[in-house]
Structures are given as structure tokens and as C-alpha cells.
Design a protein around this ligand. Structure first.
Ligand SMILES: Nc1ncnc2c1ncn2[C@@H]1O[C@H](COP(=O)(O)OP(=O)(O)OP(=O)(O)O)[C@@H](O)[C@H]1O
Ligand SMILES: [Mg+2]
Length: 226
């Protein structure tokens, strides 16, 4: 199997009210190129925590992540901020992340946000307007993030991810603030892009229809203890 991402034995606890609470317990997963994985589970089951660990924004208490030829082992700390630099390079060039809260630069128009993302990933900026059009927000290209709705911001964040042509997309409830019709169109674009570029896709969702479209399904709410 042409492995894109492999996670082994992930553990994560948070402290709540002075007590440690286990969010992820000995969790492992495997994703090949071109595969998609739906993360489901009740609110608070750890979907966002897992996505954050898989892109280096959160550190697991134990476990190992191998992604796109890079290996990260929580038991082997690296000197000189090397781990952060390696994760940062992956997020800039190869891992596109769509958060629950869209992360746009407030001082840039939507089009300039998308252009910036493409440039940072080393791509041309010519097609950036197209990405906004395909997500149905082409006419908002000159607006700033605080001049559009939450669902429009979420679509702009997806346009940024598409423009960077990542090898792996991590999307945290990418249609969470969209109506059913718009959500269907956005998801259509997401799966089309994934099929065309053969990139991997991991998405957290509460939508069973969306989960059913993915090639793998991991339910954190009903995960058997290993
Ligand atoms: N930084 C933190 N400090 C303490 N507890 C945290 C922190 N981040 C998350 N948690 C807790 O960890 C658990 C998992 O949170 P997470 O955001 O991963 O859930 P989720 O499955 O994404 O939920 P939702 O469907 O509501 O987005 C929750 O109980 C949450 O309160
Ligand atoms: Mg979440």
C-alpha cells in the first residue's frame, strides 16, 4: 500500500477540573494515497484533537505519526525546534487544513488570501479566482473576511486549501455552517478535487451521508478500546 499517513498508539489527555481526562486512547489509523477517511463521534469525542495531532498543531502524550515521508515520535523530542519546523513545512506545502473556525488573514481580501496560500505552497496564483468561483463565492473576491458570513468564510478557507494543491487535506466539519444545498455543492468539489489529484482526505463530520462517501470510517464515539 502506498501509505500517505500512519498513526500508531496515539494517546492524549487533557486536564479538566484538576482531573486528567483521556480523549484519545491507543488510537491507530492508516491512510493510503487517494483514500478518504471520515471521523465521526459525539461532540467532545476527540475529532478535532486528532486532526490537530495529525497536522502537528497538538502534541500527543504518546504515539507516532508518519506522514508524507516525515516521522514524528512523541517519545523522541528533537532539539532546536526541529519538530515544529518540519510540521510547519508540511502545513505550508503539502497538508491543507480546514478548521472549524476559518483561518483567513483579516487584512487581506478573499482573493489575496487564496493567492497568498498558493504562493506559500510554491504554486502559480493565476487560477485563484477560479477556486473562489467553484465554491460559489467568486463575486466576493474583493471582500475582506469580516465582510462575509461564516459559511462564506468556510468556503474561502477551502478555496485556500484547493489552491495549495496539497497531498493531504484535513477538514474539520467543512460544511458545518452551510445549508444543505451549499454543503452538497462544496462536498462535490472536495471529492472531485480529491479524485483528480489523488490526494488523501480526512474529515470530521456529524453528517452520516458525508461519512458514507468516504472510503474509511472511524467512529471515535464508539471506538472499541484496544
Ligand atoms: N486545550 C484543551 N484543554 C482542555 N480540554 C480540551 C482542550 N481541547 C479539547 N479539550 C477537550 O477534549 C475533548 C475533545 O475535544 P475535541 O474538540 O477534540 O472534540 P470534537 O470531537 O472535535 O467535538 P465537536 O464535535 O464538538 O467539534 C473535549 O472534552 C474537550 O473539552
Ligand atoms: Mg471538533
Amino acid at each position: 500500500m502506498d501509505s500517505l499517513l500512519s498513526a500508531r498508539g496515539l494517546n492524549k489527555q487533557f486536564v479538566s477540573g484538576g482531573e486528567p481526562v483521556s480523549v484519545l486512547t491507543d488510537l491507530s489509523l492508516e491512510l493510503a494515497r487517494g483514500e478518504s477517511l471520515a471521523l465521526t463521534g459525539r461532540s467532545g469525542s476527540g475529532k478535532s484533537t486528532l486532526l490537530n495531532i495529525l497536522c502537528g498543531l497538538e502534541t500527543p502524550d504518546a504515539g507516532r505519526v508518519e506522514v508524507l515521508g516525515e516521522s514524528f515520535d512523541s517519545q523522541r523530542p528533537e532539539a532546536g525546534g526541529k519538530t515544529g519546523t518540519r510540521w510547519g513545512n508540511l502545513r505550508r506545502q503539502q497538508i491543507g487544513v480546514v478548521f472549524q473556525e476559518a483561518n483567513l488573514m483579516p487584512a487581506l481580501s478573499l482573493l489575496d488570501n487564496v493567492r497568498l496560500r498558493a504562493r506559500l505552497a510554491g504554486h502559480e496564483q493565476r487560477n485563484c479566482q477560479d477556486w473562489l468561483e467553484r465554491l460559489g463565492i467568486g463575486e466576493l473576491a474583493a471582500r475582506y473576511p469580516d465582510q462575509i458570513s461564516g459559511g462564506q468564510r468556510q468556503r474561502a478557507a477551502l478555496a485556500m486549501v484547493f489552491a495549495m494543491k496539497p497531498a493531504l487535506i484535513l477538514a474539520d466539519e467543512p460544511t458545518g455552517s452551510l445549508d444543505r444545498h451549499t454543503a452538497g455543492a462544496v462536498i462535490g468539489q472536495l471529492f472531485e478535487l480529491q479524485a483528480r489529484h489523488g490526494c488523501g482526505l480526512i474529515l470530521a463530520t456529524h453528517d452520516p451521508e458525508l461519512a458514507a462517501r468516504c472510503s474509511q470510517h472511524l467512529d471515535l464515539g464508539h471506538r472499541p478500546e484496544v
